[in-house]
Design a protein around this ligand. Structure first.
Ligand SMILES: NC(=O)c1ccc[n+]([C@@H]2O[C@H](COP(=O)([O-])OP(=O)(O)OC[C@H]3O[C@@H](n4cnc5c(N)ncnc54)[C@H](OP(=O)(O)O)[C@@H]3O)[C@@H](O)[C@H]2O)c1
Length: 271
């Protein structure tokens, strides 16, 4: 990555904090290069104390000083934020919106013509540098501006460019995904408790098993079904467990979860 570019984060809630934390952990950003504008005084105090980042009470100061601006407020507040910063958006700045359901058309309509705008769908794992991050640049975003954004986002996880028509899907799968995985880990850990382990130990077993399985999919490039077959020996234990998963409709349930979340993403602007 080229020399760090100052970043303004508008909204330091759960995702804003995950981004701050991930950028600092990456070692590429000193706290003074991260500028925060956040409406809640409690959150301002908390992130200032916890991360030593720069807090400003003037949203335009944050935007003026930064090259990369990340909008991390709830979807229904994005219009108001754009209204207050549009006069500070100068050529050369790159604006990223992580708001679910907020389209590039909406962002462009509320910003100066030719602003480099990128719609982004990350997840909470930004905080540990292992997020999946889907990006979709506007047509006014040049290669160099996309590279600036990708360089920054790569510090937080894996970045993949997709067409905008896939962004609501990405919201259901990537944005919401960690919640489904947390439920699965918690359920596996409860199974350990049922069979006599403490919840703490059981959670470690479940989480590390999930991490290892995910890493194998990513690193081997093998189809997950092929990896599953490597675990399930004929007439063994795993195939009994797999039958229980099928009877419990785990696959259908996960497919429905992502589909419903993606549907909801479409209606968020008015929420
Ligand atoms: N949470 C996730 O896992 C996740 C994943 C992917 C994408 N996203 C997207 O990320 C965005 C933020 O989500 P979140 O979960 O981080 O929400 P959040 O925890 O509610 O954070 C939003 C923060 O922005 C503050 N805020 C409200 N109006 C503001 C304004 N005008 N200027 C500056 N700050 C303002 C809020 O303060 P108040 O609470 O006082 O209003 C809150 O602290 C959403 O658009 C969401 O779709 C979230």
């Amino acid at each position: 990555m080229d020399s760090p570019r100052k970043i303004a984060i508008i909204g330091a809630g759960k995702m804003g904090e995950a981004i701050i934390s991930g950028l600092l952990k990456s070692g590429a950003y000193p706290p003074q290069d991260i500028l925060i504008f956040e409406i809640s005084q409690n959150r301002c105090q908390y992130v200032a104390q916890e991360y030593k980042v720069r807090i400003t009470s003037d949203i335009n100061e944050a935007v003026n000083l930064a090259e990369v601006i990340i909008i991390a407020v709830k979807p229904g507040v994005v219009g108001k934020v754009l209204e207050s910063i549009k006069h500070s958006i100068q050529p050369g700045k790159v604006l990223l919106s992580i708001a679910a359901g907020v389209t590039i058309e909406f962002l462009e309509k509320n910003l100066p013509k030719n602003t480099a705008v990128i719609r982004v769908m990350p997840n909470l794992a930004c905080s540990v540098g292992e997020a999946m991050i889907v990006v979709c640049p506007s047509k006014n975003t040049g290669e160099s501006e996309l590279k600036i954004a990708t360089d920054v986002l790569s510090l937080l996880g894996k970045v993949l460019k997709l067409e905008e028509k896939y962004l609501n899907l990405a919201t259901g799968l990537v944005g919401s995904g960690p919640a489904y995985i947390f439920v699965i880990i918690d359920a596996l850990a409860d199974a350990g408790v049922r069979l006599g382990l403490s919840k703490g130990v059981s959670t470690v077993l479940a989480a590390q098993t999930m991490l290892g399985a995910a890493k194998m999919v990513v690193e081997t490039g093998k189809h997950p079904a092929q990896l599953k077959d490597m675990v399930a020996t004929p007439a063994g234990t795993t195939v009994e467990g797999l039958l229980a998963l099928e009877e419990g409709k785990l696959r259908a349930t996960l497919i429905s979860a992502v589909t419903e979340a993606a549907k909801r993403a479409k209606g968020l602007m008015s929420a």
